[in-house]
Design a protein around this ligand. Structure first.
Ligand code: DQA
Length: 138
């Protein structure tokens, strides 16, 4: 099983950024942990602050991976381009949010990308990624 974790803007800063919301573990440390937990999986990781890069990464993943785990960060609430990229590919995409976006500011309640995803996992901290990977097991 080949999975591609794609993180959007500001997610490189997890561990330092608003630790009361996102915790204090860096994403690279967590990724190391994830790869140990799912050692039978081939897990690739990409991160960009740029919407166009995220569109490219989604297109390029089609046919190369069995699934995408996408945290588009703030673009989740605004990006028609990323939504269209997800809708255009065959590989299933699970949308992940570290925080519970529905328990935060009202502008985070709108999610442009969720309706074209297989599923959405939000609010379990970094464990959201683990739950998303497990959704590909069956
Ligand atoms: C986030 C939630 C978004 O609203 C926010 O802009 C982020 C992180 C999350 O993982 O909880 O950057 O996607």
């Amino acid at each position: 099983m080949r999975l591609h974790i794609i993180n959007g803007p500001n997610l490189n800063n997890i561990g330092r950024r608003e630790p009361n919301i996102y915790g204090n573990i860096s994403f690279s440390d967590y990724l190391h942990e994830l790869k140990n937990i799912f050692d039978k999986f081939e897990i690739s990781y990409s991160n960009s602050h740029f919407e166009s890069d995220l569109v490219d990464l989604i297109h390029q993943s089609d046919g190369k991976f069995d699934g995408i785990i996408l945290n588009a960060g703030a673009y989740s609430h605004t990006s028609v381009a990323i939504r269209d990229a997800v809708a255009a590919i065959k590989v299933p995409v699970v949308l992940v949010h570290i925080s519970n976006v529905y328990a935060r500011e009202p502008f985070r309640n709108r999610n442009m990308i969720a309706p074209v995803c297989e599923g959405i996992i939000t609010g379990f901290g970094l464990k959201s990624y683990e739950i998303a990977i497990k959704s590909f097991v069956e």
